[in-house]
Design a binder for this molecule. Structure first.
Ligand code: ARG
Length: 261
């Protein structure tokens, strides 16, 4: 008899049925967000988050992992509805998100930064008044740009894209004047091009001292792995594994693969 009787569910597992450490961890992520998660031309999944997942789940916890593509804007509701077990998506830990999800210990520091065309007339934060700025929907970059808009009494136009490559394309095409986005993702793009540069200035990271990047920073943020609220035991195990990966040199190795000067 394959029919389910009333009271039984055939769909998503409930929290109590879910094992603390599953045999396979399904990870929600918005891809591409290079260098954190992206596919090579041959379709191979790569990136900093992917290698951290490999180290934490396969090497430390001895379980398989699989990345599932999802839109960043809906990633938290999708986690909470059970589409995947956790989020690894270069996701910033913040108070607003903490109302809906729990985070691992931080595993990466990032800054909101601004990139512009090299021939742009914008040369300071103040020059962004009146500009059209591109951001990825639902990100902390979008929030930072909203804040700028408030600072400029509404004199700023925001264009929100589902994925960051569309914003990059719009900047190249001249449809927007600037992009607010995570520093290492911006530099991955800008470093490959002669015509895109960071907007200079000091800002939020200056207080961080020597580690502050040499351009305008609107925020200082930390990335974390996102968990459902009821997933505390698994989160604890993942935190231990993450600490081991930092301790045994694997983290540094992965870091230098992606962020060597
Ligand atoms: N760190 C930013 C945030 O949390 C951007 C993350 C976007 N990640 C991605 N995979 N598209 O909002």
């Amino acid at each position: 008899d394959t029919e389910s009787t009333s009271g039984e569910t055939t769909g998503e597992q409930t929290e109590s049925e879910e094992s603390v450490v599953p045999s396979k961890v399904v990870i929600g992520s918005d891809i591409p967000y290079r260098p954190f998660e992206y596919e090579t031309t041959s379709g191979e999944l790569k990136g900093f988050d992917v290698e951290i997942a490999q180290a934490v789940f396969e090497e430390e916890l001895g379980v398989e992992y699989e990345f599932k593509k999802t839109s960043f804007d809906s990633i938290i509701p999708s986690l909470n509805s059970g589409r995947f077990r956790i989020i690894m998506s270069a996701m910033t830990i913040n108070e607003k998100r903490k109302e809906k999800v729990d985070f691992s210990e931080p595993y990466f520091t990032a800054y909101q930064t601004v990139i512009i065309k090299k021939d742009s007339s914008i040369s300071s934060k103040e020059d962004l008044k009146g500009a059209t700025i591109g951001v990825q929907k639902g990100t902390t970059g979008a929030s930072a740009a909203e804040e700028l808009k408030t600072e400029f009494d509404g004199d700023l136009t925001l264009k929100k894209y589902d994925q960051i490559p569309s914003a990059f394309q719009a900047l190249i095409n001249g449809q927007i004047d600037a992009i607010v986005n995570d520093n290492t993702v911006n530099s991955e793009f800008a470093d490959k091009r002669d015509d895109v540069v960071f907007l200079e200035g000091e800002g939020a990271a200056a207080a961080e001292g020597e580690n502050a990047p040499p351009y305008l920073t609107l925020t200082v943020e930390n990335y974390g792995i996102g968990f459902r609220k009821a997933d505390d035991e698994f989160r604890k195990k993942v935190n231990e594994a993450l600490a081991a990966v930092k301790e045994n040199g694997t983290y540094d190795e992965i870091y230098s693969t992606y962020f060597s000067g």
